[in-house]
Design a protein around this ligand. Structure first.
Ligand SMILES: Nc1ncnc2c1ncn2[C@@H]1O[C@H](COP(=O)(O)OP(=O)(O)OP(=O)(O)O)[C@@H](O)[C@H]1O
Ligand SMILES: [Mg+2]
Length: 373
Protein backbone atom coordinates (compact mmCIF):
# COMPACT_ATOMS: atom_id res chain seq x y z
CA UNK A 1 0.00 0.00 0.00
CA UNK A 2 2.92 2.27 0.68
CA UNK A 3 4.16 1.66 -2.85
CA UNK A 4 0.77 2.36 -4.43
CA UNK A 5 0.60 5.63 -2.52
CA UNK A 6 3.97 6.61 -3.97
CA UNK A 7 2.65 5.58 -7.42
CA UNK A 8 5.16 2.77 -7.72
CA UNK A 9 4.00 -0.37 -9.52
CA UNK A 10 2.56 -2.95 -7.17
CA UNK A 11 0.19 -5.88 -7.46
CA UNK A 12 -3.27 -5.76 -5.99
CA UNK A 13 -4.35 -8.48 -3.58
CA UNK A 14 -7.12 -11.05 -3.70
CA UNK A 15 -7.40 -13.07 -0.48
CA UNK A 16 -8.88 -16.43 -1.30
CA UNK A 17 -9.95 -19.31 0.88
CA UNK A 18 -12.83 -21.42 2.09
CA UNK A 19 -15.81 -20.31 4.19
CA UNK A 20 -15.12 -19.10 7.70
CA UNK A 21 -11.33 -18.91 7.49
CA UNK A 22 -11.21 -15.18 8.30
CA UNK A 23 -11.13 -13.45 4.91
CA UNK A 24 -13.65 -10.78 5.89
CA UNK A 25 -11.95 -10.24 9.24
CA UNK A 26 -8.68 -9.69 7.35
CA UNK A 27 -10.28 -7.41 4.77
CA UNK A 28 -11.70 -5.16 7.47
CA UNK A 29 -8.34 -5.10 9.24
CA UNK A 30 -6.60 -4.15 5.99
CA UNK A 31 -9.16 -1.38 5.53
CA UNK A 32 -8.41 -0.09 9.01
CA UNK A 33 -4.66 -0.08 8.30
CA UNK A 34 -5.22 1.65 4.96
CA UNK A 35 -7.30 4.39 6.56
CA UNK A 36 -4.68 4.86 9.27
CA UNK A 37 -2.21 5.36 6.43
CA UNK A 38 -4.35 8.10 4.89
CA UNK A 39 -6.13 6.03 2.26
CA UNK A 40 -9.70 6.74 1.20
CA UNK A 41 -11.48 3.40 1.20
CA UNK A 42 -14.57 1.80 -0.24
CA UNK A 43 -15.79 -1.56 1.06
CA UNK A 44 -18.42 -3.44 -0.87
CA UNK A 45 -19.76 -6.97 -0.66
CA UNK A 46 -20.67 -8.72 -3.89
CA UNK A 47 -23.90 -10.65 -3.93
CA UNK A 48 -25.35 -13.52 -5.95
CA UNK A 49 -27.84 -11.33 -7.73
CA UNK A 50 -26.43 -7.82 -7.66
CA UNK A 51 -24.43 -6.41 -10.52
CA UNK A 52 -21.02 -4.85 -10.13
CA UNK A 53 -22.05 -1.52 -11.66
CA UNK A 54 -24.98 -1.19 -9.27
CA UNK A 55 -22.86 -2.01 -6.23
CA UNK A 56 -19.99 0.24 -7.09
CA UNK A 57 -21.70 3.40 -8.30
CA UNK A 58 -23.05 4.75 -4.96
CA UNK A 59 -19.68 4.21 -3.27
CA UNK A 60 -17.69 5.89 -6.00
CA UNK A 61 -20.11 8.77 -5.87
CA UNK A 62 -19.49 9.22 -2.15
CA UNK A 63 -15.74 8.94 -2.70
CA UNK A 64 -15.69 11.55 -5.45
CA UNK A 65 -17.76 13.94 -3.36
CA UNK A 66 -15.28 13.44 -0.50
CA UNK A 67 -12.41 14.20 -2.84
CA UNK A 68 -14.24 17.27 -4.02
CA UNK A 69 -14.09 18.64 -0.49
CA UNK A 70 -10.29 18.47 -0.44
CA UNK A 71 -9.35 21.92 -1.61
CA UNK A 72 -6.85 21.90 -4.44
CA UNK A 73 -6.52 23.32 -7.91
CA UNK A 74 -7.65 21.23 -10.86
CA UNK A 75 -10.76 19.80 -12.43
CA UNK A 76 -10.11 16.05 -12.30
CA UNK A 77 -12.61 15.42 -9.52
CA UNK A 78 -15.39 17.22 -11.40
CA UNK A 79 -14.43 15.18 -14.45
CA UNK A 80 -14.56 12.00 -12.33
CA UNK A 81 -18.08 12.86 -11.25
CA UNK A 82 -19.14 13.53 -14.81
CA UNK A 83 -17.61 10.23 -16.01
CA UNK A 84 -19.42 8.41 -13.21
CA UNK A 85 -22.64 10.08 -14.31
CA UNK A 86 -22.23 8.79 -17.83
CA UNK A 87 -21.23 5.32 -16.51
CA UNK A 88 -24.47 5.19 -14.57
CA UNK A 89 -26.48 6.05 -17.65
CA UNK A 90 -24.65 3.32 -19.61
CA UNK A 91 -25.63 0.70 -17.04
CA UNK A 92 -29.03 2.08 -16.22
CA UNK A 93 -28.16 2.04 -12.55
CA UNK A 94 -31.41 3.24 -11.07
CA UNK A 95 -30.75 4.39 -7.58
CA UNK A 96 -33.21 6.72 -5.98
CA UNK A 97 -30.48 8.18 -3.82
CA UNK A 98 -28.01 8.71 -6.64
CA UNK A 99 -28.80 12.37 -6.96
CA UNK A 100 -25.91 14.35 -8.32
CA UNK A 101 -25.18 17.98 -8.00
CA UNK A 102 -26.98 19.36 -10.97
CA UNK A 103 -24.27 21.56 -12.36
CA UNK A 104 -22.23 18.59 -13.59
CA UNK A 105 -23.19 17.08 -16.92
CA UNK A 106 -22.37 13.49 -17.79
CA UNK A 107 -19.29 13.23 -20.00
CA UNK A 108 -20.89 11.81 -23.12
CA UNK A 109 -18.84 9.12 -24.85
CA UNK A 110 -16.77 8.15 -21.81
CA UNK A 111 -17.68 5.05 -19.81
CA UNK A 112 -21.22 4.93 -21.20
CA UNK A 113 -20.92 2.29 -23.95
CA UNK A 114 -22.74 -0.24 -21.76
CA UNK A 115 -19.83 -2.66 -22.23
CA UNK A 116 -18.34 -3.05 -18.77
CA UNK A 117 -14.93 -4.15 -20.04
CA UNK A 118 -14.57 -0.77 -21.76
CA UNK A 119 -16.44 1.44 -19.31
CA UNK A 120 -15.04 0.23 -16.00
CA UNK A 121 -11.39 0.89 -16.96
CA UNK A 122 -12.37 4.40 -18.10
CA UNK A 123 -14.22 5.03 -14.86
CA UNK A 124 -11.38 3.72 -12.68
CA UNK A 125 -8.86 5.85 -14.54
CA UNK A 126 -11.03 8.93 -13.99
CA UNK A 127 -11.30 8.11 -10.28
CA UNK A 128 -7.56 7.41 -10.08
CA UNK A 129 -6.74 10.73 -11.72
CA UNK A 130 -9.07 12.54 -9.36
CA UNK A 131 -7.34 10.92 -6.39
CA UNK A 132 -3.92 11.75 -7.80
CA UNK A 133 -4.89 15.37 -8.26
CA UNK A 134 -6.02 15.65 -4.63
CA UNK A 135 -2.90 13.75 -3.53
CA UNK A 136 -4.67 10.88 -1.83
CA UNK A 137 -4.63 7.16 -2.46
CA UNK A 138 -7.74 5.04 -2.84
CA UNK A 139 -8.33 1.42 -1.83
CA UNK A 140 -11.34 -0.40 -3.21
CA UNK A 141 -12.13 -3.42 -1.04
CA UNK A 142 -14.48 -6.05 -2.42
CA UNK A 143 -15.69 -9.03 -0.40
CA UNK A 144 -17.27 -12.22 -1.82
CA UNK A 145 -15.61 -11.48 -5.14
CA UNK A 146 -16.55 -14.93 -6.53
CA UNK A 147 -20.14 -13.75 -7.01
CA UNK A 148 -19.15 -11.55 -9.95
CA UNK A 149 -19.70 -12.96 -13.41
CA UNK A 150 -16.72 -13.86 -15.57
CA UNK A 151 -17.21 -10.68 -17.62
CA UNK A 152 -17.42 -8.50 -14.50
CA UNK A 153 -14.22 -10.05 -13.15
CA UNK A 154 -12.57 -9.54 -16.47
CA UNK A 155 -13.68 -5.88 -16.48
CA UNK A 156 -12.19 -5.42 -13.00
CA UNK A 157 -8.95 -7.00 -14.16
CA UNK A 158 -8.82 -4.78 -17.25
CA UNK A 159 -9.49 -1.74 -15.08
CA UNK A 160 -6.62 -2.62 -12.74
CA UNK A 161 -4.41 -3.20 -15.74
CA UNK A 162 -5.08 0.32 -17.03
CA UNK A 163 -4.46 1.85 -13.61
CA UNK A 164 -1.18 0.06 -13.28
CA UNK A 165 -0.01 1.23 -16.69
CA UNK A 166 -0.69 4.80 -15.62
CA UNK A 167 0.57 4.21 -12.10
CA UNK A 168 -2.40 5.91 -10.51
CA UNK A 169 -2.79 5.65 -6.72
CA UNK A 170 -5.66 3.17 -6.62
CA UNK A 171 -5.43 -0.36 -5.29
CA UNK A 172 -7.94 -3.20 -5.24
CA UNK A 173 -8.09 -5.55 -2.28
CA UNK A 174 -10.52 -8.41 -2.75
CA UNK A 175 -11.56 -11.46 -0.80
CA UNK A 176 -13.59 -14.50 -1.66
CA UNK A 177 -13.60 -18.09 -2.74
CA UNK A 178 -10.87 -19.07 -5.16
CA UNK A 179 -11.67 -17.50 -8.58
CA UNK A 180 -8.55 -18.08 -10.65
CA UNK A 181 -9.55 -21.55 -11.86
CA UNK A 182 -12.80 -20.09 -13.20
CA UNK A 183 -11.09 -17.43 -15.29
CA UNK A 184 -10.12 -18.17 -18.84
CA UNK A 185 -7.69 -16.97 -21.48
CA UNK A 186 -6.49 -13.40 -21.41
CA UNK A 187 -8.11 -12.37 -18.15
CA UNK A 188 -6.45 -15.30 -16.41
CA UNK A 189 -2.98 -14.37 -17.55
CA UNK A 190 -3.60 -10.70 -16.71
CA UNK A 191 -4.93 -11.69 -13.30
CA UNK A 192 -1.84 -13.71 -12.55
CA UNK A 193 0.36 -10.74 -13.37
CA UNK A 194 -1.72 -8.04 -11.67
CA UNK A 195 -2.75 -9.74 -8.44
CA UNK A 196 -1.27 -11.70 -5.59
CA UNK A 197 -3.56 -14.45 -4.36
CA UNK A 198 -2.61 -15.12 -0.76
CA UNK A 199 -4.28 -18.33 0.35
CA UNK A 200 -6.15 -17.95 3.63
CA UNK A 201 -6.64 -21.33 5.20
CA UNK A 202 -6.70 -23.36 8.38
CA UNK A 203 -4.35 -22.39 11.18
CA UNK A 204 -1.27 -24.42 12.02
CA UNK A 205 -1.41 -26.39 15.27
CA UNK A 206 0.79 -23.78 16.96
CA UNK A 207 -1.41 -20.88 15.81
CA UNK A 208 -4.64 -22.67 16.66
CA UNK A 209 -3.29 -23.42 20.14
CA UNK A 210 -2.31 -19.78 20.59
CA UNK A 211 -5.74 -18.60 19.39
CA UNK A 212 -7.36 -20.71 22.12
CA UNK A 213 -4.86 -20.28 24.93
CA UNK A 214 -4.04 -16.55 24.78
CA UNK A 215 -7.55 -15.16 25.40
CA UNK A 216 -8.24 -17.46 28.38
CA UNK A 217 -4.78 -16.83 29.86
CA UNK A 218 -5.57 -13.14 29.84
CA UNK A 219 -8.45 -14.03 32.19
CA UNK A 220 -6.27 -16.17 34.48
CA UNK A 221 -7.50 -19.49 33.05
CA UNK A 222 -5.71 -22.25 31.13
CA UNK A 223 -6.55 -25.06 28.76
CA UNK A 224 -5.09 -28.47 29.55
CA UNK A 225 -2.73 -29.62 26.83
CA UNK A 226 -4.97 -32.62 26.05
CA UNK A 227 -7.99 -30.31 25.69
CA UNK A 228 -6.13 -28.11 23.23
CA UNK A 229 -5.05 -31.10 21.19
CA UNK A 230 -8.63 -32.37 21.08
CA UNK A 231 -9.98 -29.03 19.81
CA UNK A 232 -7.25 -28.77 17.18
CA UNK A 233 -8.07 -32.31 16.06
CA UNK A 234 -11.82 -31.65 15.78
CA UNK A 235 -11.57 -28.23 14.15
CA UNK A 236 -8.65 -29.11 11.86
CA UNK A 237 -7.51 -25.56 12.60
CA UNK A 238 -10.44 -23.80 10.88
CA UNK A 239 -10.89 -20.37 12.51
CA UNK A 240 -14.67 -20.33 12.69
CA UNK A 241 -14.76 -23.74 14.37
CA UNK A 242 -12.00 -22.75 16.79
CA UNK A 243 -14.13 -19.77 17.72
CA UNK A 244 -17.17 -21.99 18.39
CA UNK A 245 -15.27 -24.65 20.35
CA UNK A 246 -13.43 -22.05 22.38
CA UNK A 247 -16.70 -20.30 23.18
CA UNK A 248 -18.52 -23.43 24.38
CA UNK A 249 -15.52 -24.84 26.27
CA UNK A 250 -15.14 -21.55 28.09
CA UNK A 251 -18.84 -21.38 29.00
CA UNK A 252 -18.91 -25.00 30.06
CA UNK A 253 -15.87 -24.97 32.33
CA UNK A 254 -16.59 -24.43 36.04
CA UNK A 255 -12.98 -23.65 36.86
CA UNK A 256 -9.42 -23.52 35.60
CA UNK A 257 -7.92 -25.51 33.92
CA UNK A 258 -10.31 -26.35 31.09
CA UNK A 259 -9.92 -30.12 30.93
CA UNK A 260 -10.21 -32.69 28.18
CA UNK A 261 -13.43 -33.97 29.77
CA UNK A 262 -15.04 -30.52 29.75
CA UNK A 263 -13.96 -30.07 26.15
CA UNK A 264 -15.52 -33.37 25.17
CA UNK A 265 -18.78 -32.43 26.85
CA UNK A 266 -18.71 -29.07 25.08
CA UNK A 267 -18.04 -30.80 21.76
CA UNK A 268 -21.54 -32.26 21.71
CA UNK A 269 -23.04 -28.80 22.10
CA UNK A 270 -20.79 -27.34 19.45
CA UNK A 271 -21.61 -30.06 16.98
CA UNK A 272 -25.34 -29.51 17.51
CA UNK A 273 -25.02 -25.76 17.25
CA UNK A 274 -22.97 -25.99 14.07
CA UNK A 275 -25.35 -28.48 12.51
CA UNK A 276 -28.33 -26.31 13.34
CA UNK A 277 -26.80 -23.01 12.28
CA UNK A 278 -23.62 -22.85 10.27
CA UNK A 279 -24.28 -25.99 8.19
CA UNK A 280 -28.06 -26.10 8.24
CA UNK A 281 -28.67 -22.62 6.79
CA UNK A 282 -26.65 -23.64 3.78
CA UNK A 283 -28.28 -27.04 3.45
CA UNK A 284 -31.79 -25.59 3.62
CA UNK A 285 -31.18 -23.45 0.52
CA UNK A 286 -30.63 -26.54 -1.64
CA UNK A 287 -32.96 -28.43 -3.96
CA UNK A 288 -33.23 -32.21 -3.57
CA UNK A 289 -31.02 -32.74 -6.64
CA UNK A 290 -28.39 -30.40 -5.24
CA UNK A 291 -28.45 -32.24 -1.94
CA UNK A 292 -27.92 -35.53 -3.73
CA UNK A 293 -24.99 -34.10 -5.62
CA UNK A 294 -23.32 -32.91 -2.42
CA UNK A 295 -24.10 -36.17 -0.68
CA UNK A 296 -22.45 -38.05 -3.54
CA UNK A 297 -19.36 -35.90 -3.07
CA UNK A 298 -19.36 -36.66 0.66
CA UNK A 299 -19.52 -40.36 -0.17
CA UNK A 300 -16.02 -40.00 -1.63
CA UNK A 301 -14.42 -38.60 1.55
CA UNK A 302 -12.99 -35.14 2.16
CA UNK A 303 -12.20 -34.22 -1.46
CA UNK A 304 -11.36 -32.67 -3.86
CA UNK A 305 -13.43 -34.91 -6.11
CA UNK A 306 -13.20 -35.80 -9.80
CA UNK A 307 -16.48 -34.81 -11.49
CA UNK A 308 -16.45 -38.22 -13.17
CA UNK A 309 -16.37 -40.00 -9.80
CA UNK A 310 -19.35 -37.96 -8.57
CA UNK A 311 -21.30 -38.89 -11.70
CA UNK A 312 -20.41 -42.55 -11.08
CA UNK A 313 -21.79 -42.45 -7.57
CA UNK A 314 -25.01 -40.91 -8.87
CA UNK A 315 -25.16 -43.47 -11.66
CA UNK A 316 -25.28 -40.83 -14.42
CA UNK A 317 -23.13 -38.99 -16.95
CA UNK A 318 -20.95 -35.95 -16.17
CA UNK A 319 -22.75 -33.88 -18.81
CA UNK A 320 -26.15 -34.58 -17.26
CA UNK A 321 -24.88 -33.00 -14.02
CA UNK A 322 -23.79 -29.71 -15.63
CA UNK A 323 -26.82 -27.66 -14.54
CA UNK A 324 -26.88 -28.85 -10.92
CA UNK A 325 -23.12 -28.30 -10.66
CA UNK A 326 -23.52 -24.76 -12.05
CA UNK A 327 -26.27 -23.88 -9.59
CA UNK A 328 -24.21 -25.19 -6.66
CA UNK A 329 -21.27 -23.07 -7.78
CA UNK A 330 -23.56 -20.05 -8.11
CA UNK A 331 -24.83 -20.64 -4.57
CA UNK A 332 -21.22 -20.71 -3.40
CA UNK A 333 -21.45 -24.29 -2.08
CA UNK A 334 -18.76 -25.81 -4.26
CA UNK A 335 -15.92 -24.54 -6.43
CA UNK A 336 -13.49 -25.97 -8.89
CA UNK A 337 -9.94 -25.95 -7.49
CA UNK A 338 -8.70 -27.32 -10.80
CA UNK A 339 -10.21 -28.28 -14.12
CA UNK A 340 -12.31 -31.42 -13.71
CA UNK A 341 -12.22 -31.24 -9.93
CA UNK A 342 -14.84 -30.11 -7.42
CA UNK A 343 -14.53 -29.27 -3.73
CA UNK A 344 -16.74 -28.03 -0.91
CA UNK A 345 -16.36 -24.34 -0.03
CA UNK A 346 -17.34 -25.03 3.58
CA UNK A 347 -14.75 -26.86 5.69
CA UNK A 348 -15.93 -30.20 7.09
CA UNK A 349 -19.14 -30.04 5.03
CA UNK A 350 -18.57 -33.64 3.88
CA UNK A 351 -18.85 -34.84 7.48
CA UNK A 352 -22.06 -32.86 7.91
CA UNK A 353 -23.58 -34.32 4.73
CA UNK A 354 -22.88 -37.86 5.90
CA UNK A 355 -24.37 -37.07 9.31
CA UNK A 356 -27.47 -35.43 7.95
CA UNK A 357 -28.19 -37.83 5.08
CA UNK A 358 -27.06 -41.17 6.54
CA UNK A 359 -29.20 -43.37 4.30
CA UNK A 360 -27.70 -42.46 0.96
CA UNK A 361 -27.41 -45.19 -1.67
CA UNK A 362 -24.46 -45.02 -4.00
CA UNK A 363 -25.48 -46.16 -7.47
CA UNK A 364 -21.94 -47.23 -8.11
CA UNK A 365 -21.95 -49.73 -5.29
CA UNK A 366 -25.24 -51.16 -6.56
CA UNK A 367 -23.81 -51.58 -10.03
CA UNK A 368 -20.76 -53.49 -8.85
CA UNK A 369 -22.96 -55.60 -6.60
CA UNK A 370 -25.08 -56.56 -9.58
CA UNK A 371 -22.00 -57.47 -11.59
CA UNK A 372 -20.85 -59.78 -8.82
CA UNK A 373 -24.16 -61.59 -8.92
N1 LIG B 1 -8.35 -12.99 13.65
C1 LIG B 1 -9.47 -13.52 14.17
N2 LIG B 1 -9.74 -13.36 15.47
C2 LIG B 1 -10.84 -13.89 16.03
N3 LIG B 1 -11.74 -14.61 15.35
C3 LIG B 1 -11.53 -14.82 14.07
C4 LIG B 1 -10.38 -14.28 13.40
N4 LIG B 1 -10.44 -14.68 12.12
C5 LIG B 1 -11.57 -15.40 12.00
N5 LIG B 1 -12.22 -15.50 13.17
C6 LIG B 1 -13.46 -16.23 13.42
O1 LIG B 1 -13.85 -16.85 12.23
C7 LIG B 1 -15.13 -16.36 11.82
C8 LIG B 1 -15.17 -16.29 10.34
O2 LIG B 1 -14.35 -15.26 9.87
P1 LIG B 1 -14.73 -14.49 8.55
O3 LIG B 1 -16.16 -14.13 8.58
O4 LIG B 1 -13.74 -13.41 8.32
O5 LIG B 1 -14.52 -15.66 7.49
P2 LIG B 1 -14.64 -15.60 5.92
O6 LIG B 1 -13.43 -16.26 5.40
O7 LIG B 1 -14.93 -14.22 5.48
O8 LIG B 1 -15.88 -16.55 5.67
P3 LIG B 1 -16.99 -16.50 4.49
O9 LIG B 1 -16.31 -17.11 3.28
O10 LIG B 1 -18.10 -17.36 5.01
O11 LIG B 1 -17.37 -15.08 4.30
C9 LIG B 1 -15.31 -15.06 12.55
O12 LIG B 1 -16.65 -14.75 12.75
C10 LIG B 1 -14.60 -15.35 13.84
O13 LIG B 1 -15.43 -16.11 14.67
MG1 LIG C 1 -16.53 -13.36 4.51
Amino acid sequence: MGRVKLKRPEKSILLTGLRGVGKTVLLIEIERLAQADGYRTILIEAHEDKRLATLLAPHLRRLLFDLDRIKAAGDKVRRGISVLKSFISGFKVSYGDLEFSLDIEPEKGTADSGDLEIDLPNLFVAVGEAAEERQVAVAIMIDEIQYFTASELSALIMAMHRLQQRQLPLVLIGAGLPILPGLAGESKSYAERLFNFPDVGALSEADATKALQDPVKAMGVEFELAALKEIVRLTKGYPYFIQEWGYQAWNHAPDTPITLEITQQASKLVQERLDHNFFRVRFDRLTPREKDYLRAMAELGAGPYRTGDIADILGTKITALGPVRASLIKKGMIYSPEHGDMAFTVPLFDEFMRRTMPRFQSKRKKKTARKKN
